[in-house]
Design a protein around this ligand. Structure first.
Ligand code: DGL
Length: 268
Protein backbone atom coordinates (compact mmCIF):
# COMPACT_ATOMS: atom_id res chain seq x y z
CA UNK A 1 0.00 0.00 0.00
CA UNK A 2 1.19 3.45 -0.83
CA UNK A 3 1.46 4.94 2.63
CA UNK A 4 2.14 8.53 1.62
CA UNK A 5 -0.18 10.72 3.70
CA UNK A 6 -2.17 12.06 0.79
CA UNK A 7 -2.86 8.69 -0.77
CA UNK A 8 -3.70 6.90 2.43
CA UNK A 9 -6.36 9.32 3.53
CA UNK A 10 -8.07 9.05 0.17
CA UNK A 11 -8.59 5.30 0.59
CA UNK A 12 -12.06 4.06 1.55
CA UNK A 13 -13.30 3.13 5.01
CA UNK A 14 -14.56 -0.46 5.15
CA UNK A 15 -17.28 -1.90 7.37
CA UNK A 16 -18.36 -5.44 8.07
CA UNK A 17 -20.97 -7.37 10.00
CA UNK A 18 -22.84 -10.65 9.56
CA UNK A 19 -25.62 -8.80 7.76
CA UNK A 20 -27.60 -5.58 7.98
CA UNK A 21 -26.77 -4.90 11.65
CA UNK A 22 -23.63 -2.93 10.83
CA UNK A 23 -25.71 -0.51 8.77
CA UNK A 24 -26.79 1.03 12.09
CA UNK A 25 -23.15 2.03 12.58
CA UNK A 26 -22.53 2.87 8.93
CA UNK A 27 -25.44 5.30 8.89
CA UNK A 28 -24.02 7.25 11.87
CA UNK A 29 -20.50 7.39 10.45
CA UNK A 30 -21.75 8.54 7.06
CA UNK A 31 -23.73 11.30 8.73
CA UNK A 32 -20.56 12.61 10.39
CA UNK A 33 -18.24 11.99 7.45
CA UNK A 34 -20.25 12.47 4.26
CA UNK A 35 -17.23 12.98 1.98
CA UNK A 36 -15.52 9.68 2.70
CA UNK A 37 -15.72 6.69 0.33
CA UNK A 38 -17.16 3.52 1.84
CA UNK A 39 -17.20 -0.24 1.35
CA UNK A 40 -19.59 -2.42 3.35
CA UNK A 41 -19.45 -6.21 3.55
CA UNK A 42 -22.42 -8.14 4.94
CA UNK A 43 -21.26 -11.68 5.65
CA UNK A 44 -24.75 -13.10 5.26
CA UNK A 45 -23.58 -16.64 4.55
CA UNK A 46 -22.10 -16.85 8.06
CA UNK A 47 -24.98 -15.16 9.90
CA UNK A 48 -25.54 -15.42 12.86
CA UNK A 49 -22.03 -14.82 14.19
CA UNK A 50 -23.33 -14.94 17.74
CA UNK A 51 -23.72 -18.71 17.62
CA UNK A 52 -20.21 -19.43 16.33
CA UNK A 53 -17.11 -20.45 18.26
CA UNK A 54 -14.12 -18.20 18.81
CA UNK A 55 -12.05 -20.26 16.34
CA UNK A 56 -14.72 -19.99 13.66
CA UNK A 57 -15.05 -16.25 14.18
CA UNK A 58 -11.28 -15.71 13.98
CA UNK A 59 -11.14 -17.59 10.69
CA UNK A 60 -14.06 -15.56 9.32
CA UNK A 61 -12.70 -12.20 10.50
CA UNK A 62 -9.24 -12.97 9.11
CA UNK A 63 -10.71 -13.67 5.65
CA UNK A 64 -12.63 -10.40 5.77
CA UNK A 65 -9.58 -8.40 6.86
CA UNK A 66 -7.53 -10.08 4.09
CA UNK A 67 -10.21 -9.14 1.57
CA UNK A 68 -10.14 -5.51 2.71
CA UNK A 69 -6.33 -5.53 2.65
CA UNK A 70 -6.52 -6.48 -1.06
CA UNK A 71 -9.09 -3.75 -1.67
CA UNK A 72 -6.72 -1.20 -0.09
CA UNK A 73 -8.63 0.58 2.66
CA UNK A 74 -7.41 3.01 5.31
CA UNK A 75 -9.60 1.60 8.08
CA UNK A 76 -11.86 -1.33 8.90
CA UNK A 77 -14.81 -0.68 11.18
CA UNK A 78 -15.87 -3.81 13.05
CA UNK A 79 -19.55 -2.86 13.00
CA UNK A 80 -20.20 -6.03 14.93
CA UNK A 81 -20.02 -6.57 18.68
CA UNK A 82 -19.50 -10.32 18.39
CA UNK A 83 -16.32 -10.18 16.30
CA UNK A 84 -15.06 -7.20 18.33
CA UNK A 85 -15.46 -9.29 21.48
CA UNK A 86 -14.02 -12.52 20.08
CA UNK A 87 -11.42 -11.64 17.45
CA UNK A 88 -10.08 -8.09 17.86
CA UNK A 89 -7.41 -8.97 20.42
CA UNK A 90 -6.12 -11.79 18.23
CA UNK A 91 -6.05 -9.91 14.91
CA UNK A 92 -5.43 -6.29 15.87
CA UNK A 93 -1.71 -6.24 15.07
CA UNK A 94 -1.81 -8.22 11.83
CA UNK A 95 -2.83 -5.46 9.40
CA UNK A 96 -1.48 -2.10 8.39
CA UNK A 97 -4.82 -0.26 8.32
CA UNK A 98 -6.70 1.13 11.30
CA UNK A 99 -9.08 -1.33 12.95
CA UNK A 100 -12.01 -0.02 14.98
CA UNK A 101 -13.79 -2.55 17.25
CA UNK A 102 -17.15 -1.33 18.54
CA UNK A 103 -17.08 -2.51 22.17
CA UNK A 104 -13.55 -1.37 22.99
CA UNK A 105 -14.16 1.97 21.24
CA UNK A 106 -17.31 2.87 23.20
CA UNK A 107 -16.43 1.43 26.63
CA UNK A 108 -14.91 4.70 27.83
CA UNK A 109 -17.94 6.86 27.17
CA UNK A 110 -20.35 4.27 28.57
CA UNK A 111 -18.20 3.85 31.69
CA UNK A 112 -18.55 7.62 32.32
CA UNK A 113 -22.34 7.68 32.19
CA UNK A 114 -24.04 8.48 35.50
CA UNK A 115 -25.43 4.97 35.84
CA UNK A 116 -25.00 2.46 38.66
CA UNK A 117 -26.93 -0.44 37.13
CA UNK A 118 -26.38 -1.07 33.44
CA UNK A 119 -28.06 -3.75 31.33
CA UNK A 120 -26.51 -5.20 28.17
CA UNK A 121 -28.39 -7.19 25.54
CA UNK A 122 -26.11 -8.98 23.09
CA UNK A 123 -25.55 -12.21 21.16
CA UNK A 124 -24.65 -15.42 23.02
CA UNK A 125 -20.98 -15.15 21.97
CA UNK A 126 -20.67 -11.54 23.13
CA UNK A 127 -22.38 -12.29 26.44
CA UNK A 128 -20.24 -15.38 27.07
CA UNK A 129 -17.09 -13.35 26.42
CA UNK A 130 -18.19 -10.72 29.04
CA UNK A 131 -16.48 -8.16 26.81
CA UNK A 132 -18.84 -5.35 27.85
CA UNK A 133 -18.42 -5.86 31.58
CA UNK A 134 -14.67 -6.42 31.22
CA UNK A 135 -14.06 -3.27 29.18
CA UNK A 136 -16.39 -1.05 31.24
CA UNK A 137 -15.35 -2.33 34.66
CA UNK A 138 -11.67 -1.79 33.77
CA UNK A 139 -12.53 1.92 33.66
CA UNK A 140 -15.33 2.03 36.21
CA UNK A 141 -15.28 -0.91 38.63
CA UNK A 142 -18.33 0.47 40.48
CA UNK A 143 -20.79 0.05 37.63
CA UNK A 144 -22.92 -3.08 38.02
CA UNK A 145 -23.49 -4.74 34.67
CA UNK A 146 -26.22 -7.26 33.86
CA UNK A 147 -25.60 -9.10 30.60
CA UNK A 148 -28.39 -11.00 28.87
CA UNK A 149 -28.05 -13.03 25.73
CA UNK A 150 -30.77 -12.81 23.06
CA UNK A 151 -30.15 -15.69 20.66
CA UNK A 152 -33.23 -15.23 18.45
CA UNK A 153 -33.09 -11.49 17.88
CA UNK A 154 -30.61 -11.32 14.96
CA UNK A 155 -32.62 -13.78 12.87
CA UNK A 156 -35.82 -11.87 13.65
CA UNK A 157 -34.26 -8.82 11.99
CA UNK A 158 -32.56 -10.61 9.09
CA UNK A 159 -35.67 -12.66 8.29
CA UNK A 160 -37.98 -9.63 8.57
CA UNK A 161 -40.09 -11.31 11.27
CA UNK A 162 -40.34 -8.25 13.53
CA UNK A 163 -44.07 -8.30 14.03
CA UNK A 164 -44.79 -12.02 14.18
CA UNK A 165 -46.33 -13.15 17.52
CA UNK A 166 -43.50 -15.67 18.08
CA UNK A 167 -40.89 -12.92 17.61
CA UNK A 168 -42.66 -10.55 19.98
CA UNK A 169 -42.76 -13.33 22.55
CA UNK A 170 -39.02 -14.02 22.15
CA UNK A 171 -38.27 -10.34 22.60
CA UNK A 172 -40.60 -9.93 25.59
CA UNK A 173 -39.05 -12.91 27.39
CA UNK A 174 -35.65 -11.23 27.37
CA UNK A 175 -37.05 -7.85 28.36
CA UNK A 176 -38.84 -9.43 31.32
CA UNK A 177 -35.64 -11.16 32.36
CA UNK A 178 -33.75 -7.86 32.17
CA UNK A 179 -36.36 -5.92 34.13
CA UNK A 180 -35.73 -8.16 37.17
CA UNK A 181 -32.30 -6.50 37.44
CA UNK A 182 -33.81 -2.98 37.44
CA UNK A 183 -31.20 -1.44 35.11
CA UNK A 184 -31.20 2.36 34.74
CA UNK A 185 -30.07 2.12 31.13
CA UNK A 186 -29.59 -0.73 28.67
CA UNK A 187 -26.94 -1.10 25.97
CA UNK A 188 -28.10 -2.59 22.68
CA UNK A 189 -24.90 -4.62 22.43
CA UNK A 190 -25.52 -6.06 18.97
CA UNK A 191 -25.71 -3.83 15.92
CA UNK A 192 -28.89 -5.59 14.78
CA UNK A 193 -30.85 -4.61 17.89
CA UNK A 194 -31.54 -0.93 17.06
CA UNK A 195 -33.88 -2.37 14.39
CA UNK A 196 -36.00 -3.59 17.34
CA UNK A 197 -36.11 -0.25 19.18
CA UNK A 198 -39.77 0.31 18.30
CA UNK A 199 -40.71 -2.95 20.02
CA UNK A 200 -38.32 -2.62 22.96
CA UNK A 201 -39.44 0.88 23.80
CA UNK A 202 -42.93 -0.38 24.57
CA UNK A 203 -41.18 -1.81 27.65
CA UNK A 204 -38.31 0.62 28.16
CA UNK A 205 -38.49 4.29 27.14
CA UNK A 206 -36.10 5.14 24.31
CA UNK A 207 -34.05 7.41 26.59
CA UNK A 208 -33.09 4.35 28.66
CA UNK A 209 -31.67 2.53 25.65
CA UNK A 210 -28.09 3.06 24.54
CA UNK A 211 -27.32 2.47 20.89
CA UNK A 212 -23.49 2.55 20.92
CA UNK A 213 -23.28 3.44 17.23
CA UNK A 214 -23.49 7.20 17.83
CA UNK A 215 -20.59 7.09 20.33
CA UNK A 216 -18.73 4.76 17.98
CA UNK A 217 -19.10 7.12 15.01
CA UNK A 218 -17.74 10.02 17.11
CA UNK A 219 -14.81 7.88 18.20
CA UNK A 220 -13.97 6.92 14.61
CA UNK A 221 -14.20 10.51 13.38
CA UNK A 222 -11.95 11.80 16.18
CA UNK A 223 -9.40 9.05 15.74
CA UNK A 224 -9.18 9.51 11.95
CA UNK A 225 -8.81 13.23 12.50
CA UNK A 226 -6.09 12.78 15.12
CA UNK A 227 -4.19 10.52 12.73
CA UNK A 228 -4.51 12.90 9.77
CA UNK A 229 -6.66 10.38 7.92
CA UNK A 230 -9.86 12.34 7.29
CA UNK A 231 -10.77 12.76 3.65
CA UNK A 232 -12.63 16.01 3.14
CA UNK A 233 -12.66 15.83 -0.64
CA UNK A 234 -13.75 12.27 -1.35
CA UNK A 235 -16.72 11.38 -3.51
CA UNK A 236 -19.01 10.21 -0.72
CA UNK A 237 -19.30 6.95 -2.65
CA UNK A 238 -20.61 3.70 -1.19
CA UNK A 239 -20.47 0.11 -2.37
CA UNK A 240 -22.13 -2.86 -0.70
CA UNK A 241 -21.11 -6.51 -0.88
CA UNK A 242 -22.60 -9.68 0.61
CA UNK A 243 -21.49 -13.29 0.82
CA UNK A 244 -25.00 -14.58 -0.07
CA UNK A 245 -28.57 -13.58 -0.81
CA UNK A 246 -28.28 -9.94 -1.97
CA UNK A 247 -32.07 -9.62 -2.34
CA UNK A 248 -32.64 -10.47 1.31
CA UNK A 249 -30.00 -7.96 2.42
CA UNK A 250 -31.61 -5.26 0.32
CA UNK A 251 -35.05 -6.04 1.77
CA UNK A 252 -33.80 -6.04 5.40
CA UNK A 253 -31.86 -2.80 4.82
CA UNK A 254 -35.17 -0.99 4.16
CA UNK A 255 -35.87 -0.86 7.88
CA UNK A 256 -32.86 1.29 8.66
CA UNK A 257 -30.66 2.38 5.78
CA UNK A 258 -32.33 1.56 2.44
CA UNK A 259 -29.91 0.60 -0.32
CA UNK A 260 -30.43 2.09 -3.75
CA UNK A 261 -28.97 -0.87 -5.63
CA UNK A 262 -28.50 -4.59 -5.02
CA UNK A 263 -25.30 -5.43 -3.10
CA UNK A 264 -22.73 -7.34 -5.10
CA UNK A 265 -22.15 -10.98 -4.13
CA UNK A 266 -18.52 -11.86 -3.30
CA UNK A 267 -16.94 -15.14 -2.28
CA UNK A 268 -14.10 -14.83 0.22
N1 DGL B 1 -24.55 -7.67 14.52
C1 DGL B 1 -23.52 -8.45 15.09
C2 DGL B 1 -23.18 -8.00 16.50
O1 DGL B 1 -23.19 -6.80 16.75
C3 DGL B 1 -23.57 -9.95 14.86
C4 DGL B 1 -24.89 -10.61 15.04
C5 DGL B 1 -24.88 -12.07 14.65
O2 DGL B 1 -24.65 -12.37 13.47
O3 DGL B 1 -25.09 -12.91 15.53
O4 DGL B 1 -22.84 -8.78 17.34
Amino acid sequence: MDKSDKCEKELPIAFFDSGVGGLTVYKEVKKLLPDEDYLYFGDTINMPYGEKTKEELIEIARKIFDYFACRKVKAVVMACNTTSAMTYDVLKNDYDFKIYPIIQSVAKVISNLPVERLGVFATPATINSHAYSREINKLNPEMQIFEISCPAWVRIVEEHRLHQPQSLLQIKERLNEMSLHRPQRIVLGCTHYPYLTGIIKNFYPEKDLIDPSKYFAEFIKNDLEMNGLLNKCGQGSEKFYVSSNPENFMEASKLFCPLTELPEPVKL
